[in-house]
Ligand binder design. Structure first.
Ligand code: GLC
Ligand code: CA
Length: 568
């Protein structure tokens, strides 16, 4: 399937840049995202852990990826699976110890894999000592670490909460007769970034981990950290577009520039904020290198298409990715991803997870991610084509987002059946089921009882079954990663959309570093043709997701082809 493959050379940040300045290791990286709770359980308690990850480092290395982004592993009461942190300088008991962490980091570095950690500082856990202090009295020195609204002022200005059972981001606390703000769950009170002492605390937390040698941060929910504390009233329906109303708050860029000055600029790291505001200008401002803020933007406009359902319009998909590419053609840098721990499975959302097309459509989507400009982020399990588990009862779910929304629908007398049906496509738990290593009990994830059910398809969908099959999704992923690493044109080269109005095929070229690559992706379960602006006369096939080479210009269902265009 990989038709030609040059030598495996390491990604070198120091190599000469034929197109001028701007080469960076994090632009040339392939990021592999690990959800630690579900990756590999070492001690049999049913929960993935750091020792489990360590035991799989050779597998991770074998993928060819060179950066790992680890979802939060800090001490946490786990209201939101680690996104509610009670101690930023310690490891969650379920996951192991700081000694395990130190081993993990050094074993990763020994294999030339860098580590990016999740930085969750829009909020803490309500069990964090800062919040315990803050809520204890109105005059406590930590009071101002969070946002409080004293009850004698009446009800606070409405704000919408992601995980609250009433969608209400203000929670009344009778101890001091005041409301505190929580954009996420009640156990995730929002930190007050307007307080400079809080920002100094965050700097210190970052330095603590950077001084251990980690290679960057993914900054959780970051577009919400800065708040307009005059608490303006928004028009009805504001909750449908909270990003526009209160994403990217007044001083967000000041805070980032300050953080860059105090911390980021002192290390060779990559930084990426979750979300990129609601306009291209917002996104640009985050990552324009002249502004000294972050490395790259992680925009949701693409991932939000289709709302988790495969019934999205390919024309819209092409439009969004082309728009973002052109907006960042000269300056700044993007992330390319089709899944993460907050999304359904890649193949279930963007491809076709039926037995006939699961493999071929997974490979096609992988081809897209590995041939676009921007740094690819690939979510663990997608490399073996894991699919949505589609729970049919609420008791199977573990995610606070699904559980609390269910309660809200129930409370309002809504249609619970319809809600559960929709969750089968959209719930975050679809991508949080245990990694399927092999066909033994619990997919080889744990010898105990897994914290969330294993997808019963593991007997056929697992890494071990794919390891030695040259045609497997897993080995295709490895080839696609290698192709990107071998061809800087796929990292930096100019992107041009072809056959723009084709509703079935995504076709584009990448040009630069003395090469032109042509990528053809059929997003449909039926054969599809390409328009006259796609010229295959000098095209030499480099990668194809079918075992037998194409015999015509017509693309087979979900076919992906990467060609190099040879000079006349
Ligand atoms: C981000 C995380 C998500 C988490 C939320 C609150 O969106 O990706 O998993 O629930 O922030 O921290
Ligand atoms: Ca464990």
């Amino acid at each position: 399937m990989l038709i030609s493959c040059s030598n495996n050379h390491p990604v070198a940040a120091s190599a000469a840049d034929t197109s001028g300045a701007g080469r960076k290791w994090w632009k040339e990286a392939v990021v592999y995202q690990i959800y630690p709770r579900s990756f590999k359980d070492d001690n049999g308690d049913g929960i993935g852990d750091l020792k489990g990850i360590i035991s799989k480092l050779d597998y991770i290395k074998s993928l060819g990826v060179n950066v790992v982004w680890l979802n939060p592993i800090y001490s946490s009461p786990n209201d939101d699976n680690g996104y509610d942190i009670s101690d930023y300088r310690n490891i969650m008991k379920d996951f192991g110890t700081m000694a395990d962490f130190d081993t993990l980091l050094s074993e990763m570095h020994r294999r030339n894999i860098r580590l990016v950690m999740d930085l969750v500082v829009n909020h803490t856990s309500d069990e964090h000592p800062w919040f315990q202090q803050s809520r204890s009295s109105r005059t406590n020195p930590y009071r101002n670490y969070y946002h409080w609204w004293n009850a004698e002022r009446g009800k606070p200005t409405p704000r919408w909460s992601f995980f609250d059972v009433n969608s209400d981001a203000w929670k009344y606390d009778s101890l001091t007769k005041a409301y505190y703000l929580h954009y996420f769950s009640r156990k995730q009170p929002d930190l007050n970034w307007e307080n400079p002492t809080v920002r100094r605390e965050v700097d210190d937390i970052m330095k603590f981990w950077l001084d251990k040698g980690i290679d960057g941060f993914r900054m959780d929910a970051f577009q919400f950290v800065a708040k307009d504390t005059t608490w303006p009233v928004f028009p009805p329906g504001y909750e449908k577009d909270i990003n526009r109303y209160y994403g990217m708050g007044p001083h967000l860029h000041d805070y980032l520039q300050e953080m860059n000055r105090e911390v980021i600029s002192k290390y060779d790291i990559m930084t990426v904020a979750e979300g990129a505001g609601s306009t291209l200008e917002d996104a640009h401002a985050l990552v324009d290198p002249d502004r000294h803020e972050l490395s790259m933007a992680y925009s949701f406009e693409g991932i939000n298409l289709g709302h988790g359902s495969p019934d999205y319009s390919l024309l819209d998909f092409k439009k969004v990715y082309s728009k973002w590419d052109s907006a960042f053609a000269e300056k700044g840098w993007l992330s390319i991803f089709l899944a993460n721990h907050d999304q359904p499975r890649m193949v279930s959302h963007w491809g076709n997870d039926s037995p006939a097309f699961r493999a071929v459509s997974s490979k096609m989507l992988t081809t897209f991610i590995m041939t676009m400009r921007g740094t690819p982020y690939y979510y663990n399990g997608d490399e073996i084509g894991m699919r949505n588990i589609r729970f049919d009862k609420i008791e199977d779910y573990r995610d606070i987002a699904t559980i609390n929304k269910y309660k809200e629908v129930q409370h309002k007398g809504g249609d619970l059946k319809a809600f559960l049906q929709e969750q089968q496509q959209t719930s975050r738990d679809n991508s949080r089921t245990p990694f399927q290593w092999d066909s033994t009990t619990n997919a080889g994830f744990t010898t105990g009882t897994p914290w969330i059910e294993v997808n019963p398809d593991y007997t056929s969908v697992n890494a071990s079954a794919q390891e030695n099959d040259p045609q497997s999704i897993l080995n295709y992923f490895r080839h696609a990663v290698q192709l990107r690493k071998d061809n800087l044109v796929l990292v930096y080269g100019q992107y041009t959309l072809l056959d723009k109005d084709n509703p079935d095929v995504y076709a584009y070229t990448r040009e630069g570093y003395g090469k032109t690559m042509l990528i053809l992706l059929n997003f449909r379960a039926h054969p599809a043709t390409v328009g006259p602006d796609v010229d295959l006369s000098h095209a030499s096939l480099q990668l194809n997701n079918y075992p037998d080479a194409p015999s015509s210009d017509t693309l087979r269902p979900y076919e992906a082809r990467v060609y190099e265009i040879m000079p006349d």
